[in-house]
Design a protein around this ligand. Structure first.
Ligand SMILES: [Zn+2]
Length: 269
């Protein structure tokens, strides 16, 4: 029987593979992992024949239970919206930033677009007025940990601390506790998904990553987004973590193009 860890890893891999999302780490901070994120410790060579006859030692009941019950409301990250029309979500990570976040807000206001901001707790603690302003303008405030660590290399206690402390701060600042969580770099682990569920949040990934954090140039960010976007896409951009002027120029370029093409933007509930 597969362990819980193996099940979670397998579900993650299936979700990622199914969406073709073998993209790189999406954040500028310790972006050490350039792979697909879900480093499997589940050995692929473990033979577990799915249709093997019940072993005599366990065949006491009439019908074997296929899988153990799932703990709480554990779920895989949301990588795209269930939309068959041109409904998409724009997400902005690593803020709030006193210089770049207000510029992003101005662009979103200009085009009437609502977005989801995955804030880093320690940044939010330094910019409480900006946190309130993001929320006041109708955007969603979401949890992106307190210090942006690689959650695969810290203890469960630290993960719980990172997430709870950030949710508490954002809840106090805005009057609304975050309902979405994103792991730094998209580097999920089964423990972080469990803590996320324990704290009443859902995990959100992305399906369009123009790698804007690496500052590849405004035109490349723009063309990557326009080439990859489709119905239900979740777009990853960054308003914090460094000089985001390329991202801001790209937003100013690609958002009106997408609106002209009939795309609508939502901030998932
Ligand atoms: Zn990040």
């Amino acid at each position: 029987m597969l362990s819980h860890h193996q099940l979670v890893t397998r579900r993650l891999l299936l979700a990622v593979a199914g969406l073709g999302l073998l993209s790189m780490s999406g954040c500028e901070f310790p972006a050490v992992d350039g792979g697909d994120g879900a480093a499997p410790s589940a050995a692929p060579g473990t033979p577990t024949p799915p249709s093997a006859p019940a072993s005599p030692a366990t065949s006491t009941g009439p019908a074997p239970t296929p899988l153990p019950p799932q703990p709480r409301s554990l779920s895989n990250p949301l990588f795209s919206l269930a939309a068959d029309d041109r409904l998409v979500a724009l997400t902005l990570d690593d803020g709030p930033d006193p210089v770049h976040t207000p510029l992003v807000l101005d662009i979103l206001h200009k085009y009437g677009i609502r977005a989801t901001f995955f804030l880093i707790g320690e940044n939010a603690a330094r910019q409480p007025a900006l946190v309130r302003e993001i929320a006041r303008q109708g955007h969603h405030i979401a949890n992106h940990t307190w210090t942006h660590p690689d959650l695969r290399s810290v203890t469960e206690t630290q993960i719980r601390d990172e997430l709870r402390r950030t949710s508490d701060l954002l809840g106090e600042a805005t009057g609304r506790t975050p309902t979405w969580f994103r792991a730094p770099g998209g580097d999920w682990s089964d423990v972080s998904l469990q803590v996320c569920a324990d704290l009443g949040m859902r995990p959100m990934g992305w399906s369009v990553d123009p790698q804007d954090w690496s500052r590849p140039g405004t035109s490349l960010i723009t063309t990557r987004v326009l080439a990859a976007i489709g119905p239900g896409s979740i777009v990853l951009n960054h308003d914090g973590g460094g000089d985001r002027s390329q991202t801001i120029a790209a937003l100013e370029t690609y958002l009106p193009v997408l609106l002209d093409e009939g795309y609508r933007f939502t901030a998932p509930q």
